[in-house]
Design a protein around this ligand. Structure first.
Ligand code: ZN
Length: 125
């Protein structure tokens, strides 16, 4: 079965992204398409995870497969840091002004926004 496409930038999904992207000299904003496959993989790993946390995720998402497509959530930006060689990423836009450095860390925040939850368990909230 084909995965269910989720375009996080669609107006049906709420976003608390600030749009503030304080890129430094060695950073540049990248296309969302370079990041969304990693976010999709992070979701797949969470949905396969045994235990209570995985159970909670499966209760929310069921047994379907999902694929993040389109753009980043409104107000969030995928930034590549030091494009010469290193592969560091930063996801800017969190209201705290801090950034995520992996899809794994951004995923909980994305999930909280997707399910309209006030309780976010990401490390920046
Ligand atoms: Zn959060």
């Amino acid at each position: 079965m084909d995965p269910i496409d989720i375009d996080l930038s669609a107006p049906i999904y709420p976003s608390d992204g600030t749009g503030v992207v304080p890129t430094e000299a060695n950073e540049r904003i990248e296309a969302a398409g370079g990041f969304l496959p990693a976010l999709t993989s992070a979701l797949e790993r969470k949905l396969r995870k045994p235990g209570a946390h995985g159970d909670a995720m499966r209760a929310m998402f069921g047994n379907d497969q999902y694929k993040f497509t389109g753009q980043m959530p409104v107000g969030y930006a995928h930034v590549r840091r030091d494009p010469m060689g290193r592969r560091d990423i930063r996801i800017y836009g969190h209201p705290s002004g801090r950034y995520y450095n992996s899809a794994e860390k951004f995923l909980p925040h994305v999930v909280a926004m997707l399910v309209f939850s006030d309780h976010c368990w990401c490390e920046l909230c």
